[in-house]
Design a protein around this ligand. Structure first.
Ligand code: ASP
Length: 450
């Protein structure tokens, strides 16, 4: 045995492959009929519990991590005017990539004529949601109660508060120095918590994927093969071509290196179907593996998880064409332009959580007058597609983070170019005996002094 430690990504990859294999085997061999032992105790018992505990643990970290890292980011940016530039660049790039994504999806789906000749009867029904007016999306960026914003995990509101707090700390100046140190330490501690939770990721990823694939309706996938294949194709083109061209052209950095390092984050997004729950992992990968400075990443990552959903936009494009064709509705160029605009707007105010893409789609449908119940047609296959598009969503966030960091001279290229950077987590998880002793003595002394 070599004593070189296996990287976390390799372990997570093994967890993923085994999870998919075990899940598919259970599904194809029909080992989990409803109510059976395997169904109740293994798939929806053991696998469910392990997977869910992990996702909940990740979610637990999101709010304090975003808060502390963003305040640290604002304090560490050097020149506060830079903040506006980082924000503006990220915003424009996020909207632009989302618009390209959906335009690409509509073009591919329409030229292949998917959905033509499909029977539009669907057993499942879907009740959608109206799009909130732009005015309330804007007003909602500001929290009326910051504790509430944190309790709800409202990312845009937390971002707003953290930036304002950071700026105020800078204005208070010297007097606020102890707080600066405290926030910096709190941020480091939060990152450590991410590392601890990541150490169990290979098992959790196995459990999440084994459950998802065991419960997957493979028959349904076959029925909608056209839709599924076109959608996956468009997602792959966006990930491997569009995003990589954006990365190369705007940052000059190697796409191959990016893809190698992004894998871990993509697997998390794939396993959890949630860009929001993946924030701790995205932040870790973007800073520790891709070398983006915290002052950029602490903003672009949570911001992107909320407003940037390229994969979801692609699903909306393909689904719109598919359902319009299935219902024999001709949307015309102006209809499709409305779809593009609506999808981009819908993505701004909607958090990246599982299945939210379908709700956004229903907002788009009400705008362009397509039957919302048509979404019932694709409901059955959405679980798997949600996993894939979430991986594309977080990849978009990471690409934009690198591009913005590079243009702001906040990219540590020696980290980006080092294939081993941030790969092994065991080394980061040691507690030194000296520290233990020192801290316990300190506590003892303090309690005696009381
Ligand atoms: N699950 C996706 C995300 O979290 C959103 C969606 O498309 O449903 O990014």
């Amino acid at each position: 045995m070599s004593n070189k430690k296996m990287s976390l990504t390799s372990k997570v990859l093994i967890g993923m492959a085994l999870g998919i294999l075990v899940g598919l085997a259970i599904n194809m061999l029909h080992l989990n009929p409803k109510g059976s032992f395997v169904d109740v105790y293994i798939v929806n018992g053991l696998f469910h519990i392990i997977g869910k505990m992990f996702v909940v643990a990740l979610k637990m970290l999101v709010v304090p991590l975003v808060l502390f890292s963003l305040i640290t980011g604002v304090l560490g940016i050097g020149d506060i005017r830079e903040l506006g530039k980082v924000g503006a660049k990220a915003f424009v790039l996020y909207l632009l990539t989302t618009a390209i994504a959906i335009a690409l999806a509509i073009t591919i789906a329409a030229s292949l004529g998917i959905g033509e000749g499909v029977h539009m009867t669907s057993a499942a029904t879907f009740t959608g949601k109206e799009a909130p007016p732009l005015s309330s999306v804007l007003i909602n960026i500001i929290p009326s109660n910051v504790v509430n914003a944190m309790a709800e995990g409202n990312m845009l509101q937390i971002i707003f508060f953290a930036i304002l707090l950071g700026i105020s700390i800078l204005m208070v100046g010297k007097k606020a120095e102890p707080l600066v140190e405290l926030v910096e330490i709190a941020n480091e501690i939060m990152m450590k918590m991410v590392t601890i939770i990541m150490a169990v990721a290979p098992y959790a990823v196995f459990a999440l994927l084994a459950k998802a694939f065991a419960n997957l309706g493979l028959g349904l996938l076959a029925n909608l093969a056209g839709y599924v294949l076109v959608l996956i194709g468009a997602l792959m083109i966006h990930l491997f071509v569009t995003l990589m061209v954006v990365l190369k052209v705007f940052s000059g950095k190697s796409p191959a290196m990016f893809l190698k390092k992004a894998r871990e984050m993509q697997i998390f997004a794939f396993s959890t179907s949630s860009s929001n729950a993946t924030i701790p992992v995205t932040l870790r990968v973007v800073t520790k593996k891709l070398g983006v400075d915290n002052s950029v990443a602490s903003f672009t990552v949570p911001f992107g998880a909320t407003i940037n959903m390229d994969g979801t936009a692609i699903m909306q494009g393909v689904a719109t064409v598919f359902i319009a064709n299935a219902y024999g509705v001709d949307l015309g160029i102006s209809g499709y332009l409305t779809v593009i605009l609506m999808s981009v707007l819908a993505s701004i105010g909607t958090a990246g959580v599982p299945g939210v893409g379908l709700i956004m789609l229903s907002m788009v449908f009400t705008q362009v007058g397509l039957p919302v119940e048509g979404i019932g047609l694709i409901l059955g296959v959405d679980r798997l597609l949600d996993m894939i598009r979430t991986a594309v969503n977080v990849s978009g966030d990471a690409v934009v983070s690198v591009v913005v960091a590079k243009s702001e001279k906040k990219l540590d290229e020696s980290i980006y170019d080092d294939p081993e950077a941030g790969a092994v987590v065991e080394d980061e998880l040691e507690i030194s005996e000296e520290v233990e002793k020192e801290f316990s003595q300190k506590i003892e002394k303090l309690s005696h002094e009381e």
